[in-house]
Structures are given as C-alpha cells and as structure tokens.
Design a protein around this ligand. Sequence first.
Ligand code: C2O
Ligand code: CU
Ligand code: CU
Length: 511
Amino acid sequence: MSSVSSNTPARPRRLRRLLLSVVALAVLVPALLGGVFAWVYTGAAVSTVGATDFRNQLAIPPLQEGVLGPDGRRVFELDMRSGRKEFRPGKITETWGFNGDYLGPTLRARRGERVEVRVRNALPEASTVHWHGMHLPAAMDGGPHQMVDPGRTWTPQWTVDQPAATLWYHPHPHGKTEQHVRRGLAGMFLLDDENSASLSLPSNYGVDDLPVIVQDVKFDGSGFDNSHKIFRNAGFLGEQILVNGTLAPYREVGDDLVRLRLLNASTARIYNFAFEDNRTFALIGTDGGLVQRPITLDRVQLSPGERAEIVVRMRAGERTVLRSNTLDAGFDFWNQRFSGGDDRFDILELRAAATLRSAPELPATLAEPAVPDGSDAVRERRFDLNLAGINNVPMAMDRIDLTVTRGSTEIWVVRNADGMPHNFHVHDVQFRVLSVNDAPPPAPLSGAKDTVFVAPNSTVRLALRFDGPADPDTPYMYHCHLLWHEDQGMMGQFVVVEPGQSAGTPPSHGH
Ligand code: C2O
Ligand code: CU
Ligand code: CU
C-alpha cells in the first residue's frame, strides 16, 4: 500500500471529492437533460414518405341511399356497434363502427328531401351521432344533449335544405368524443342538389368520385395505441395513416379526371395535402359545398373536421401519390415539432389504367356559395380560443353561452389566444370567412365553411346567418375540433330564438 494516500489528510480529500461531484453533476445533468430532450425532439417527427408499399386496395365505404317511405321520406339505418378488424395481416384490432367493424356507410340525399335516420346503439355505452355541417333543428343535431343509451334507438328527422356538399357524421358525447371517434365511428354524408346534378363533374361514386377519409393511427401489439405522447399540445398524434380504414392504400382509376372528397377525420392532426410531383389540381368544394369556380392549387391544408373536394388529372398508365407535407401553419418551434408540423405522410397512391376514359373539362362556374357577406350583421361577438376554455370558460352542459335571433346575421371574431393549434367549428350553419388577420381570406377559404383553422396568435372574422328553426331550450355547439381540446372543455353552446324571445333551459341529463 502506498504511503501517499494514507498521508493525505482525510478532510480536504472528502471536500475535493464533493466538489468534483458537484462539478460533474453541474455538467452532466444539463447534458443528460439536453440529451433526453434531443432524443424526444428527434423522435417526435414522423415520416412515412417513400417508405409506404401501397399494398392494400383502398376500401370504399358502401353507399347507403336509404329506403323511400310511402310519404316520400328517405330512411337510413345506422347501427353503432363494436367490431374486430384485421388492419394488419394476422393482427386483430378491437374497433367500433356503423353497420360494420370500422367507419360507416356513405349516406346520400338530395336537397328538399325529408330524411330520417334510425340510429341504434349496440355499443356497451351511451353515445350520440352528430351530422357535421348539416343545417337542421337543434334537437336533431346529435350533439351532447341527444345521448342514445345502449340498446336504444334515436330517430332524428329533418328536411335537407342546403346546397350539395360533402358532410360527415360522428359521435359527440361530452368529454368522450375523441375516444369514440378514434375507435372508428365516422362516416360521410353526401348531399346533392339540382345544380350539382346539372354540372359535368366526376360523380360516379367509388369510380371517379372517391371518398378519402383520412385518419392517423398508432398500433401496439394488441390494437390501437391511443395514448398521448409527451409535449403533444394537440392531443393524440398517430404514426400511420388509414384512408377509409385502409393502411397503405392504392386505388386504380379509369378516368382522366378524378374527384377526391378529402375529409380530415383525424382527432388532432392537420394535413397539408399535395401530390408527390406537386402537380396542380382543382379545388371545387369546401365544407359547405361547391365554390364559385374551380381554384387551381398545388396543396391544400385541412385541420380536423374540414373537407375539400379536389379534381386531379391523371395520365394513362401513371402512378402518383397523394402526400401530406410539413405544415406551414404559423406554429412556433415547439408546436412545429410536437404538434405534428414536421411530420410527413404518404396518403394514397392513384394508379391510372393503360387507357383512360376522357372526361369533359371542368365547368368554368360551379355555384354561388349561399353564405352571408356580413353587410347586414346585427352584432359582433368575440371568441378567444384557449385550451382552458373559449373566452376562458370551460364548457358546461347546463349553461347557454349565447343567444342568437332567427333570421339574423352576426359577425364572429375568433382569435387563437394561447398559441396552440386550434380550429373553430359551428353547428347548424355554413359561414363565410371575411378575413384572416384583417387581410382578405386566401382562395381556399372563399367558399362555405363550417370549420376553420385558426393559426396561433391569429384572428379570423366570420359571417354567419342563423335561419332557425328557433328552439330556446336546445343548444347547438361551437368548439375547437381538435377533439381532445373539445373534450377538455373548448366548447360552448348557443340557442336560436324568435325575435324578442329569451334563452330557455337546456335539458337536464341523468347520465
Ligand atoms: Cu364534427 Cu361538434 O362536430
Ligand atoms: Cu358539427
Ligand atoms: Cu384546440
């Protein structure tokens, strides 16, 4: 044993060791934290671009045109039930669906028709079915006040009174909408009218007119992994894409013009759709129906709940991939990475036949969007979007937040106040976007909308007309359509009343 160490006094040695460890900690802890952050940051970006094998033929949800009753009423049937689906070979995922294991049929009706939907709940818990984008009486809306208990049937009826459009339906139970939609409850609801029937647009369902219901998912060993990852302000963000419930989908097409009805049915993810070769396409419709004239674009952004109808030209024998690129959505550094802004996905491969039927050119004019311009607005209201609640008040089922008068137009000014990704959806109406940050809206926002993205720290002005019918006791909802945000309370309620009438009391619930 060396005498050197035994001669060194014990106390200074201990002190030195302590000092050394403090220095080491001071260096190591930040380095370690930095390392963990770098690892989390790097791992947060997802890309399936170029890594998708497009092995599955795109499923087309069955078309349900309903049965005509003796009184001319068009009757649809929707059964909400649990199911099992093999998204991946040999692996079963527990799902929910309408009339099947996952998603639901595409319902189709015409303007002027009386429709009835028999909604039967065969799920183990109560839920609702909301007709997103539909103008209809509040009691038929399928929001959180129209809960359907397990084993019960709910039969809403209304008269379709709005232009041709691509609408959709999904559950809306307060606090559980994200969960119910994530399990697979969603479907399209197409409306036609005289004008849409007279236009030469691709309209052969499943042939040159394809529903494209886009959802992001994540699987674990036993099925869906719906857990939210760290720092995700937006809610759940998945790592793979399902289109109409199909993973890695391709679709053969036999026409040179193909219409895609894009629906963002994801609960939190925003997509920036474009083709792999950046070819242009025509935007022909937004949430509430056809736009005035086709708009040439090479990308279109959709936040949860929004729709876009686009027409793309195909060349014989080619393949092209619809992708979602990184977002240019005004996110800060943090949200760009942790709210999905840096993610990229292969969505759907279109495979053109060796010879294609040639379609007539798109019409130069499509429709006159029936949305107000705001010139006759009777009042202006402000909505500050915060995760804590709209105008800082979280949703309460028994509180009516605002009362509007039937037949009146209002201006709603909606501001993203907390810098997180949000959008804004209003039930019952289609609105016009008057401005975005005081500038005229970009062309893709020129049509009828029921859901609009509100970028961090920006403001949109909307003109909305409430045509009724009045029902002072039954509210409609407005909310952020990032469903986890909605479930957290980013939702409010309004009623439509006759002039001079005041709001009543929302129904009380035993649930
Ligand atoms: Cu798509 Cu209130 O919902
Ligand atoms: Cu809705
Ligand atoms: Cu939100």
